[in-house]
Design a protein around this ligand. Structure first.
Ligand SMILES: C[S@@+](CC[C@H](N)C(=O)[O-])C[C@H]1O[C@@H](n2cnc3c(N)ncnc32)[C@H](O)[C@@H]1O
Length: 296
């Protein structure tokens, strides 16, 4: 069908030998409200806001040769995607982004191993990192920001509440011929670790903050991006080297960029510069991801 082919044709140039993980259809941005299609190494993941795949889309997908999995975005139980069409995928596999290998799994829960909306930020983290740099990646999930920095020669610290995600992050280092034993991995709450690093006088050249919109730590303390981002940024800033940088990012749809900036301005020194950056070009629907680069 023409509308699908047009969406794919618009992204054809994004698929290269170095990058095979791209959003192919982005909802209303491609005239298909509530329908999102991503390719990972030519395996397709369809996400829909409706429980069932709208029939013209289901019909078109059945004509394709790819393995296709489906998940519903509004499900209460956040489950792994379900097989829809084509060969079954039984094991994790590798997708590539700007030359970086990332382990993808369609069987490890609601998220698949990498968030494609952060692609340009990961590239920039790699560009800004160097051999004498120390980089802290908080709320790290599978460590894709850490691997980006480590590929530039930086020494990284990867921090997450979840041990399975930290193990996944270590495998991502290995998939990129990087030795995880030469890097730090910290399990636990970001707020707790930032206070600890500050007490120890440990400083970083670059810090990545990309928290979930809502989180509850092991002690039940709640974090909400709309109210608490400033406090997070303040703690992180205290762990920054002079002339360091921070990436402050959030995918909270409700938070207006101006309110996000206001939270950051409220806690950071006056002389720091803030630069907002855009989402990758394959994301054509609502621009929900806010990314602010803080320079000291
Ligand atoms: C939205 S993902 C972050 C995505 C990641 N920044 C990336 O780009 O790949 C949220 C991650 O934060 C972790 N997390 C949630 N609350 C946390 C906390 N209080 N401290 C540390 N990690 C936390 C989760 O385990 C999950 O891996």
């Amino acid at each position: 069908m023409q509308i699908f082919q047009q969406a794919l044709a618009r992204r054809a140039s994004f698929l290269t030998a170095d990058t095979n993980a791209v959003r192919l259809i982005d909802g209303a941005g491609d005239g298909m409200h509530g329908v999102y299609l991503e390719t990972f190494a030519d395996h397709w993941l369809l996400s829909t806001t409706a429980a069932n795949i709208p029939s013209p889309i289901a019909h078109w997908l059945r004509e394709q040769t790819q393995s296709i999995y489906h998940k519903c975005l509004s499900q209460h139980q956040k489950e792994s995607p379900k097989h829809f069409h084509g060969p079954q995928i039984d094991a994790p596999f590798i997708a590539r982004e700007n030359g970086m290998n990332c382990e993808i799994s369609f069987h490890s829960g609601y998220s698949q191993g990498i968030f494609l909306d952060q692609r340009d930020n990961r590239r920039r983290v790699r560009e800004r990192s160097g051999t004498d740099h120390t980089i802290l990646n908080t709320f790290a999930y599978t460590g894709a920001f850490s691997v980006s920095a480590a590929l530039a020669g930086a020494q990284t610290t990867t921090l997450d509440l979840s041990q399975p995600y930290l193990d996944w992050a270590k495998r991502n280092f290995t998939h990129n011929q990087l030795d995880p034993t030469q890097h730090y991995f910290c399990k636990g709450d970001t707020f707790h670790w930032l206070r600890r690093f500050h007490k120890q006088g440990r400083k970083f050249h670059g810090i990545i903050l990309d928290p979930p919109t809502f989180s509850r730590d092991e002690k039940g303390v709640v974090f909400r991006v709309e109210n608490d981002y400033g406090a997070l940024a303040e703690l992180a800033y205290a762990c920054l080297q002079p002339s360091g940088w921070m990436l402050c990012s959030t995918n909270c749809h409700k938070l207006h960029p101006k309110d996000f900036e206001r939270q950051l301005r409220g806690v950071l020194p006056r002389n720091v510069s803030l630069e907002h950056t855009n989402m990758p070009a394959d994301f054509t629907d609502v621009s929900y991801l806010k990314s602010v680069w803080v320079e000291t």
